[in-house]
Design a protein around this ligand. Structure first.
Ligand code: NAP
Length: 435
């Protein structure tokens, strides 16, 4: 039998400890599948004394993950510390420079430094695998990098953050407020103590920026992603969406348009009958539209120790199976040096349907004024619904537009606001085509 693959794991938290456990519990299966054993020979974390729920007594301990990364006695460095800078970045860079294969689940790191790290990996002829970095256990990276060779992607979109999908699902199913659902998500360990990163869309933006590079062969730029979170979604929006045949999801969408590559993360109305609208709770889903295949949707667990470990172990097994001296495919599907800068489509040129919820003073002329602002901006309406007074002297008007542009909608809602008929800020939610 071939020699064992020696694995060094830095970070023994939720994911790291699960990876060590799976490698130990599934050792026999993995050996059969890979033709050689996979053995954890070195580990690093902050606390040496913490019980990790798996026997790591035979693995060499390193206080410093950078030293572990460059250790001559490992073949693969597995980074499960997290964070875009600090020890995660330093150790991954050190491992690649020392000619070690690397596996990571770190979307923040790849979103910021992925191209530079891929250049080192490709120069050194080693693998940089990161299946767990996007949509946890869903094999989306392999699908896009390998299975869709030859396809041109038009659009990739998905539910990439389980915390947000959990909150939106419960708000709809149980009529609870955003704050109540967020508290439950925190209690159940789905959301961090500081949930900003998830609920304001940053986490989705990091993952989307990686998918964009894979889809379009472009450089990664999370800063180019337009971002709106879900914290201002109310029961009024959820109810109105349901009445109109829609469900609200936080989507990340990357799309090729006439004005460039559009990357956006925002609450989105998707038709209730669409497949992506059936993705509930912490589950993730990614849809890809290509010229040859058409539309493909993958869904599954997007986070958690086991699901994420499944993807990390799959990446390690690929390395165990790889043949020495074999030229590996490029990290992001195209050679890192050839990833192109791209024209960023401005959000104001986004074209699509819009849901607009207005809370207005209950007085004569308001309806006509709203209709005039819409017409002045060439916005044609698919439906207009007026709800009777929610509170004294107040009405809700819900508009659904046909395809228009973001610029037109912003001008129209600015105009309506200036007219002085609104009692609160207009709520605007984009509608996404989904099969
Ligand atoms: N959790 C998920 O469901 C999930 C899903 C997909 C991707 N990911 C990604 O996976 C990575 C790990 O996430 P996680 O949830 O497992 O994080 P975590 O539970 O916070 O674990 C982080 C680990 O890193 C160790 N660590 C921190 N600083 C260190 C340092 N300077 N040197 C050595 N070790 C250090 C910690 O040591 P101590 O234990 O001793 O404190 C801990 O074991 C992140 O990039 C995350 O984005 C996580």
């Amino acid at each position: 039998m071939a020699e064992a693959l020696r694995v060094g794991i830095a970070g023994l938290g939720t994911v790291g400890a699960s990876v060590a456990r799976v490698l130990s519990e599934k050792a026999a299966e993995l050996t059969r599948q890979c033709g050689r054993p996979i053995v954890v020979t070195a580990v690093s974390a902050r606390s040496k004394r913490k019980n990790r729920g798996v026997d790591l007594s035979k693995a060499k301990w390193f206080d410093d993950p950078v030293k572990l990364a460059a250790d001559a006695d490992i073949d693969v460095f597995v980074e499960l510390i997290g964070g875009e800078e600090g020890p995660a970045r330093a150790s991954v860079k050190a491992a690649l420079e020392a000619g070690r294969h690397v596996v990571t689940a770190n979307k923040a790191l790849l979103s910021k430094h992925g191209v530079a790290l891929a250049e080192i990996a490709e120069k050194k002829g080693v693998l940089l695998n990161y299946e767990a970095a996007v949509a946890g256990g869903i094999p989306i990276i392999k699908t896009m990098r390998e299975a869709l060779a030859g396809n041109s992607v038009n659009r990739v979109f998905g539910i990439l953050n389980g915390t947000c999908n959990y909150i939106l699902t419960r708000m709809e199913a149980e009529g609870l407020s955003f704050d109540e659902c967020l508290k439950d998500a925190q209690r159940l360990g789905y959301a961090e103590a500081d949930p900003t990163f998830d609920i304001e869309g940053h986490d989705t933006a990091h993952k989307l920026s990686i998918l964009t590079a894979l889809a379009f062969g472009t450089r990664i730029s999370a800063g180019d992603v337009y971002m709106e979170g879900i914290s201002n979604i109310s029961q009024a929006d959820i109810r109105a969406a349901g009445e109109l045949g829609y469900r609200i999801k936080l989507l990340g969408v990357a799309q090729r348009t006439e004005s460039g590559i559009e990357q956006r993360v925002h609450p989105t109305m998707v038709p209730t009958a669409s497949v992506i609208a059936q993705v509930h709770g912490v589950t993730n889903a990614v849809a890809i539209e290509t010229d040859i295949l058409g539309e493909l949707l993958l869904s599954g667990p997007g986070a958690g120790g086991n699901a994420t470990a499944s993807a990390v172990v799959g990446d390690i097994a690929d390395i165990a199976k790889s043949r020495p001296g074999f030229q590996h495919g490029p990290v992001f599907g195209w050679p890192a040096k050839q990833l192109k800068p791209y024209k960023k489509a401005q959000m104001r040129s986004h074209a699509g349907g819009y849901f607009i919820r207005l809370t207005v003073h209950d007085r004569i002329g308001v309806f006509a004024a709203i209709a005039k602002r819409m017409a002045d901006n060439d916005i044609s309406l698919e439906s207009i619904v007026q709800h009777s007074a929610e509170a004294d002297a107040q009405k809700t008007v819900i508009l659904v537009t046909h395809e228009t542009t973001e610029a037109a909608v912003r001008k129209a809602t600015d105009g309506i606001t200036k007219d002085g008929h609104l009692t609160t800020k207009p709520q605007v939610i984009r509608i996404e085509r989904a099969g």
